[in-house]
Design a binder for this molecule. Structure first.
Ligand code: COA
Length: 255
């Protein structure tokens, strides 16, 4: 997995796209690895929050276009390729832990899908965004377009997708594509990840499930009720109340 580095320390997993010579362009193999990786985080209690970032100067310039002839050359291969892209994006979107994209340099095309799949996006002021699908005659996928729409609304989403133009971090913040500009995005992401790792995992998992369901316009109420009940019956609920009485910080286990 050398094109994707994973470091898990103190409850915070850092996933780094690592092909700096290609501006961390994401290969077919990497889309599939990302899906496997984020699905595995779900069942790993040692991971409490996750940062997604890129090695070197960029987050990522998107899908590796140079391998398209080989892996996305015809209709059949294109469909399989898009399934892999959506599987990666959805595994990130659905993982029950908080996710933060730390962005610098280019964040384009499919990489914007990865960033939008995270709960939060922190970018450096010189980061550059864009979705150049209209320069490649590709329809940006349904899952990615839905995420874009729920972040920035229909008019900005159309402007971004129809024009294929790049935009800067200031614009990205204005339209709600990112939620923070920081001098050092990775360090700011670490601060936020560490803070979130302290909070009750069952609360965050439940809130994320409900909010994602609202954003999709398809909330599974029965599943949400199960998460609410799980938190109410948990050790952590006892611990939260006890810590309040003891006037100390709670120590949550996620169970
Ligand atoms: N796929 C494959 N390789 C890519 C890539 C991508 N998406 N983006 C950059 N690279 C490679 C370049 O081919 C180049 O490799 P080389 O040094 O072997 O020639 C290297 O990364 C550096 O990129 P380069 O284009 O020389 O840098 P630049 O500063 O002139 O331009 C970009 C940077 C990001 C604006 C430009 O590379 C670009 O437009 N990339 C494609 C972006 C895109 O359309 N993404 C959407 C894909 S869905």
């Amino acid at each position: 997995m050398s094109d994707i580095l994973v470091d898990n320390k103190d409850g915070v997993a850092v996933v780094t796209l690592s092909r700096p010579a290609s501006r961390n362009a994401v290969t077919y193999a990497m889309w599939r690895q990302l899906a496997d990786l984020f699905r595995a985080f779900d069942g790993d209690p040692s991971v409490r929050s996750i940062i997604l970032t890129g090695a070197g100067n960029d987050f990522s310039a998107g899908a590796d276009i140079l391998e398209f002839d080989a892996v996305r050359g015809d209709l059949e291969d294109s469909k399989a390729y898009e399934v892999a892209v959506d599987a990666a994006g959805d595994a990130i979107y659905q993982v029950s832990k908080p996710t933060i994209a730390a962005l610098r340099g280019y964040c384009l095309g499919g990489a914007a899908h990865l960033a939008m799949s995270c709960d939060f996006r922190i970018a450096e002021s010189r980061a550059i965004f864009g979705i150049p699908a209209a320069r490649l005659s590709i329809v940006y996928g349904i899952s990615a377009t839905r995420k874009l729409y729920s972040l920035v609304g229909a008019t900005e989403a159309k402007r971004i997708l129809f024009s294929a133009k790049r935009f800067d971090a200031g614009k990205a913040l204005d339209i709600g594509f990112i939620d923070e500009i920081a001098e050092d995005a990775l360090s700011a992401a670490h601060d936020r990840a560490a803070e979130l790792a302290e909070n009750a995992p069952l609360t965050i998992a439940g809130a994320k499930f409900i909010l994602n369901g609202c954003a999709r316009g398809a909330l599974d109420h029965a599943a949400a009720d199960r998460l609410i009940d799980e938190a109410s019956a948990s050790h952590d609920y006892i611990e939260g109340r006890q810590a309040f009485k003891d006037k100390r910080s709670p120590r949550f286990l996620g169970q």
